[in-house]
Write a protein that binds this ligand. Structure first.
Ligand SMILES: C[S@@+](CC[C@H](N)C(=O)[O-])C[C@H]1O[C@@H](n2cnc3c(N)ncnc32)[C@H](O)[C@@H]1O
Length: 452
């Protein structure tokens, strides 16, 4: 709770508020002292070491005001209400500066306090300890996960919002099993769930109630996109509305982006246009398994234009590799992930990376990679280097060694092959007390890709 030396600047307590948030009730007037000095002296007061501990220093509150009665005078606000609270040194210093002490009424209103502070003043005391802190904000929409003990207060909690937020929703426990989007209930504001969200210099539009979006994956999106070279061709099997595909294309990559949810595919197409990457991203709407089987042929038959932007310098390559090693757990027995595969192709027709972010079941799709390449001369020649696979997954093994063993075992069993070289495991986030999300990256074994 905000507090200065002797003043209580916490919001008024209103534990009786139940359904309607009355913002006016949060007005608070605090009489404080101000040093009235000529405008030319304000600098000496503000810079003085003696005054440091006595100056008003509150967020969103201006500490120097014009004197309403005299244009040439200023009021330097102090953090006390009684002059006894000032030390003798401070009083002497103010006298030397010909400052006089006056009472100023500091007016704080609802907007002054943070959502957390307001929550603390309205929730029953026993709920204040672990009160839901803040909101996750996406575009104009704030969403929160309220535990069951907060549910009786959900409507009032929903009303605590800042002016940028037009809609507040509570994420319900149930998640759409097929397309992974959250069911949500409106707590406050307009029932408008189509948001425009900005991330990684890209603009994403989507309907929160019909597609998957998780702002917490922002760093994971960035991490993978940074691994890609601008010359790469990426196949995004579970692309959603494009949080990997669009930023990758913005750096020059060509992307085949797929999602089975027709709504995701529709917003993905809109985002491709809005972000002006139409020549670099192709959207499709089919099952991931079919997409994996067909995508090699699509890139071969309809190549992407050659990358013409600036080349990565040796230095940038080194940095990229360092970053990859720093952020992931190289699986010692298997070696490190090497730099991705294909050098400047002209035009681009060979896939360097597959992204598979469907953590619940992406591993189950890995057998679709068996036989994606044929023994044709073209495939042999162009896939001298196998693509990298970045496959997201969950594990209930919380110890890193056991998580590694569990994930590798499931991946190898689905591929029907041992993972050979260049394997790393990256812990993305903890999604529940007993469930972690990982990304395993590995180079597709040749024998799997060329399997009969
Ligand atoms: C966890 S979301 C990830 C979306 C996006 N890549 C991201 O990082 O935010 C998984 C996506 O896979 C899509 N999906 C679910 N099952 C699928 C399937 N069988 N084939 C293709 N896409 C599928 C869902 O519609 C959803 O958009």
């Amino acid at each position: 709770m905000a507090c200065t030396a002797t003043l209580d600047v916490s919001p008024p307590v209103h534990r009786w508020m139940d359904t309607a948030l009355q913002r006016d009730a949060f007005k608070k007037t605090i009489p404080i002292l101000a040093a009235k000095v000529s405008a030319s002296k304000t600098g000496s007061l503000l810079k003085s070491d003696i005054m440091k501990k006595s100056l008003m220093n509150l967020p969103k509150v201006r500490s120097v005001l014009r004197d309403p009665h005299d244009d040439l005078e200023r009021l330097v606000l102090l953090n006390v209400s009684e002059d006894d609270a000032l030390s003798p040194e401070v009083r002497n210093f103010l006298q030397e500066q010909s400052a006089t002490l006056v009472v100023h009424n500091l007016e704080l209103t609802y907007d002054y306090w943070t959502a957390d502070e307001i929550l603390h003043s309205i929730l029953p005391e026993e709920l204040c300890k672990g009160s839901p802190s803040g909101f996750a904000i996406t575009g104009h929409l704030a969403h929160m996960n309220l535990n069951k003990e907060y549910l009786p207060y959900k409507h009032i909690i929903g009303q605590i919002k800042n002016p940028m937020i037009k809609t507040v929703v509570n994420k319900l426990d149930s998640i759409d099993t097929k397309y992974r989007f959250f069911k949500m209930e409106l707590l406050a504001g307009e029932p408008n769930y189509v948001v425009e969200h900005h991330e990684s210099n890209c603009r994403f539009t989507f309907d929160f109630t019909h597609v998957y979006w998780n702002s917490r994956l922002h760093t994971e999106h960035d991490r993978l996109v940074q691994l890609f070279r601008p010359t790469d061709v990426i196949a995004d099997v579970f692309a959603g509305v494009g949080p990997f595909a669009i930023p990758a294309a913005k750096k020059g990559c060509a992307v085949l982006a797929n999602d089975l949810n027709p709504e995701s595919a529709r917003y993905l197409s809109q985002n491709i246009v809005d972000n002006k990457v139409t020549s670099l991203v192709r959207a499709s709407c089919e099952d991931g398994r079919d997409f994996i089987k067909k995508v090699i042929g699509r890139a071969r038959d309809h190549p992407f234009p050659t990358y013409t932007g600036p080349k990565l310098s040796k230095m940038q390559e080194k940095e990229r590799r360092k970053l990859q090693l720093a952020e992931s757990r190289p699986i010692a027995a298997l070696g490190l992930v090497d730099l991705p595969t294909v050098e400047n192709q002209s035009p681009r027709h060979t896939i360097s990376h597959f992204v598979m972010n469907l953590p619940d079941s992406a591993i189950d799709f890995l057998d679709a990679f068996r036989g994606i390449l044929s023994e044709s001369e073209w495939d042999f020649g162009n896939y001298a280097n196998m693509p990298m696979i970045h496959c997201h997954c969950f594990t209930r093994e919380l110890h890193p060694d056991r998580a590694e063993a569990d994930i590798i075992q499931r991946v190898e069993s689905k591929l029907g092959h041992k993972l050979e070289t260049e394997v790393t495991l990256h812990m993305v986030r903890s999604v529940a007390p007993n469930k972690d999300m990982y990304c395993i990256s590995f180079r597709l074994p040749r024998d799997v890709a060329f399997a009969q």
